[in-house]
Write a protein that binds this ligand. Structure first.
Ligand SMILES: [Zn+2]
Length: 98
């Protein structure tokens, strides 16, 4: 279930959650304390959209574009990309295989 959230990070935020989903997903951190999302080694107790940072969202977007379409944010190959981007994408590659 967590992979579904993370697999579509394009422009989504917790504000997109409906009132019913907000209660179910524990978006506010109070409405459903038993909520758990397990994704690899990560366990979230709130809606992932409520806690994901803009940097993480950008890394996910770049990772998915590269994985699905072979597109990188900068012109050129992987050697022309930022080290931070490539390290983040390596981490996501491992996490998506988990
Ligand atoms: Zn939410």
């Amino acid at each position: 279930m967590a992979a579904r959230f993370y697999a579509d990070p394009r422009g989504r935020s917790c504000a997109d959650c409906t009132p019913e989903l907000r209660a179910l997903r524990n978006c506010d951190g109070k409405s459903n304390p038993r909520f758990r999302e397990v994704w690899g080694d990560t366990i979230a107790d709130r809606c992932p959209l409520a806690v994901i940072t803009p940097l993480s969202r950008a890394l996910l977007r770049h990772y998915l574009r590269y994985r699905d379409h072979g597109l990188l944010p900068r012109v050129g190959g992987t050697g022309e990309q930022s080290a931070r981007l490539m390290e983040g994408m390596d981490l996501l590659r491992v996490m998506f295989k988990a």
